[in-house]
Every structure is written in structure tokens, then in C-alpha cells.
Design a binder for this molecule. Structure first.
Ligand code: PNS
Length: 160
């Protein structure tokens, strides 16, 4: 078990089975894990920050050491205010790497005390993305193998 508070930040627009898989695995490694939803008014998200947090809360209800929060502005500022030192990010494939590498290096540059840890997404979920979920749902497709069962209805409701 690692010491310190770990934060898993992201857009979660919406949370997918890939995210939940990562959260479940990280919750076994850290005493406390905060899943932090980016609240960025400039970015057009399909779901409001409240909806995204609500979906995450339901998808993680079985995990007692996981808390859902939101943040605006710089991730490192949120990390400092939460007294957290570890940023967790998932890597699905090499295509994720460049972006993630840059983000981790920039965060290290501006906040040297904060470490970014990467976990590989399980192969079963490596192809899932929130944008694929949004596209499939928009056209009324089946998203049951992509997102937690407890949020399927809510996603379809938004596209009705
Ligand atoms: O799920 P996402 O969209 O890949 O998550 C990206 C996120 C929210 C982790 C990233 O965009 C972020 O941390 N944004 C906050 C702004 C910031 O700190 N930027 C500096 C790092 S480049």
C-alpha cells in the first residue's frame, strides 16, 4: 500500500468501464483515492460537472476509500490544496503516451513535489473512450459493454 493521497483527475464525460477498472485497482493500492472531475467552463462537455460527479459516485459506490470531487484551474493547484502528492493517469495505448508524457513533465516542471503515476488500462477496456460512448449514445447504439450499468439510462436520457 502506497502512502499519501492519490488523485485521479479527468473529464469523465462520462465515466466508462475503463475508468472504473482503473479506480478499482488503484483503490487497492492507496488508502484514499480522490477522483477529481475537471470543471472547465471553456470546454464543451456533454454532461455538467454535477452529472459527471453523480455518475462517478454511483459507479464507485462499492468503493469505501474513494471520494469524488471537482476542480477548476490547474491540477497542481488542486493537488496542493488537497495536500495530495500523487497524480494517477491511465494509459490505454501508445497513442495516449505523448499527451500524458507532456502533461506529466509540465506538471513536474511547475510543481516538482508532485509525482505522476501511470497504470495500464486492462486489455478488455483498452479500446473504450468517453468520446466513443458519446457518439454511440448519440445515435442510440448499445453502450452496455462500455459504461457501468447504473449510468446507462442517464446517458440515454441526455440524448433523447
Ligand atoms: O480525461 P482527460 O480529459 O484526459 O483529463 C485531462 C485533465 C483534466 C487531467 C487535464 O486536462 C488537466 O489536468 N487539466 C487541468 C489544467 C492543467 O493543470 N493543465 C496543466 C497540465 S498540461
Amino acid at each position: 500500500m502506497c502512502k499519501g493521497l492519490c488523485v485521479y483527475p479527468g473529464s469523465f464525460d462520462p465515466v466508462t468501464l475503463g475508468h472504473v477498472d482503473l479506480i478499482e485497482r488503484a483503490a487497492k493500492l492507496f488508502p484514499n483515492l480522490v477522483v477529481a472531475v475537471l470543471n472547465n467552463p471553456d470546454k464543451h462537455n456533454m454532461f455538467t460537472v454535477e452529472q459527471r460527479m453523480n455518475m462517478l459516485s454511483r459507479a464507485c459506490a462499492h468503493l469505501t476509500n474513494v471520494t469524488i470531487d471537482s476542480f477548476g484551474g490547474l491540477l497542481v493547484d488542486y493537488m496542493r490544496s488537497a495536500n495530495a502528492e500523487i497524480v494517477l493517469r491511465g494509459l490505454r495505448a501508445v497513442t495516449d503516451f505523448e499527451n500524458e508524457f507532456q502533461m506529466a513533465q509540465v506538471n513536474r516542471q511547475i510543481a516538482p513535489g508532485i509525482e505522476t503515476l501511470f497504470m495500464m488500462t486492462s486489455p478488455d477496456y483498452a479500446y473504450i473512450s468517453s468520446s466513443a460512448v458519446r457518439q454511440i449514445a448519440m445515435f442510440g447504439g448499445d453502450i452496455s459493454t462500455l459504461v457501468p450499468p447504473c449510468i446507462i439510462e442517464e446517458i440515454h436520457r441526455v440524448f433523447k
